[in-house]
Design a protein around this ligand. Structure first.
Ligand SMILES: Nc1ncnc2c1ncn2[C@@H]1O[C@H](COP(=O)(O)OP(=O)(O)OP(=O)(O)O)[C@@H](O)[C@H]1O
Length: 253
C-alpha cells in the first residue's frame, strides 16, 4: 500500500508572462519512484523545481495553485523554504559537490539544520549517509580528500549522500545520470531502486529505457500539460492518450 506524499492541485508556473506549466494536478506516492518524461522544453524540470520551491530562486518565476507535502501547503507564508528543501531534497543533472572535502560535503547540511549534537553524532550521520548512497567503502579511507576529486559517478553518489544526510522525505532528481557513463548510470539506478523503500523519489529523465527500468509510475508532460499519469508498465505498453503513444514510440521528442 502506498500513501500520498506530495499533492499538486491546479499548478501553473510562469516565467514572466510565459506559462511553462499549465494546470497540473498529480499525487506523488511514498515508497515508489515516479518518472517525469516528455520532449525537451515540456516543463519537466520546471514542475520538479516547484515541488521544493527551487523556482523561488529564479527571477520572474511564479507558481500558482497548491502543492501539499503531507497535507501541508509548501507555499504557505509560514513554510521556511530552507527547511522545506531539507525535507524535499534535490539532485541535479551535473554532480555539484561543494569545493570542500568529502566529509564536509555531507557535514554541511546536518550542521546548519542542527541534526548533530557533537562530532561523534556527525560522524555517524556521515557514515550512514555514505553507506546508503553506496559510496562508503570507496571513500572511507579518504574522507578529507576533495569531493571534486572523485569520478563523476562517485560525485553524483556524494550528492545523493548529501541529500540523504538531512533525513529528507522526498528526493527529486533532475536527469541525475545524463552526465554519467553506462556503468556509473547502472550504479545510480540500483541505488534509486534501494532508496525508494524509504523515500518518495521523483526522477526527470530523457531516457524512456531509464524510466521503464527505475520507476513504478510515469507522468508524461507535453507543452506544459500533464498528458497522462499512471503505472509505468501501462504507460509504456498500453497508453491511453495518442500523444503518449507517439512519444514512447519515438514519433517525436
Ligand atoms: N529560467 C527560465 N526562464 C525563462 N524560461 C524558462 C526558464 N527555465 C525554463 N524556461 C522555459 O520553460 C519551458 C519549460 O522548460 P523546462 O526546462 O522545465 O523543460 P524540460 O521539459 O525540463 O526540458 P529539458 O528536457 O530540455 O530539460 C521552456 O519553454 C523553457 O524555455
Amino acid at each position: 500500500m502506498t500513501e500520498t506524499k506530495l499533492t499538486a492541485r491546479n499548478v501553473d508556473v510562469f516565467y514572466g508572462p510565459k506559462k511553462a506549466i499549465d494546470n497540473v494536478s498529480i499525487d506523488i506516492d511514498n515508497g515508489i519512484v515516479t518518472a517525469f518524461i516528455g520532449p525537451s522544453g515540456c516543463g519537466k524540470s520546471t514542475f520538479l523545481r516547484s515541488l521544493n520551491r527551487m523556482n523561488d530562486t529564479i527571477a520572474g518565476a511564479r507558481v500558482t495553485g497548491e502543492i501539499l507535502l503531507d497535507g501541508e501547503d509548501i507555499y504557505a507564508p509560514t513554510m521556511d523554504p530552507v527547511a522545506l528543501r531539507a525535507r524535499v531534497g534535490m539532485v541535479f543533472q551535473k554532480p555539484n559537490p561543494f569545493p570542500k572535502s568529502i566529509y564536509e560535503n555531507i557535514a554541511y547540511g546536518p550542521r546548519i539544520h542542527g541534526l548533530a549534537g557533537n562530532k561523534a553524532d556527525l560522524d555517524v550521520i556521515i557514515e550512514q549517509s555514505l553507506t546508503k548512497a553506496g559510496l562508503w567503502d570507496e571513500v572511507k579511507d579518504r574522507l578529507m580528500d576533495a569531493g571534486t576529486a572523485l569520478s563523476g559517478g562517485q560525485q553524483q553518489r556524494l550528492c545523493i549522500a548529501r541529500a540523504i544526510a538531512v533525513s529528507p522525505e522526498v528526493i527529486l532528481m533532475d536527469e541525475p545520470c545524463s552526465a554519467l557513463d553506462p556503468i556509473a548510470t547502472a550504479k545510480i539506478e540500483e541505488l534509486i531502486d534501494e532508496l525508494k523503500e524509504n523515500y518518495a523519489i521523483v526522477i526527470v529523465t530523457h531516457s524512456m529505457q531509464q524510466a521503464a527500468r527505475v520507476s513504478q509510475r510515469t507522468a508524461f508532460f507535453h507543452l506544459g500539460n500533464l498528458v497522462e499519469y499512471g503505472e509505468t508498465s501501462e504507460i509504456f505498453t498500453n497508453p491511453r492518450e495518442e500523444k503518449t503513444k507517439d512519444y514512447i514510440t519515438g514519433r517525436y521528442g
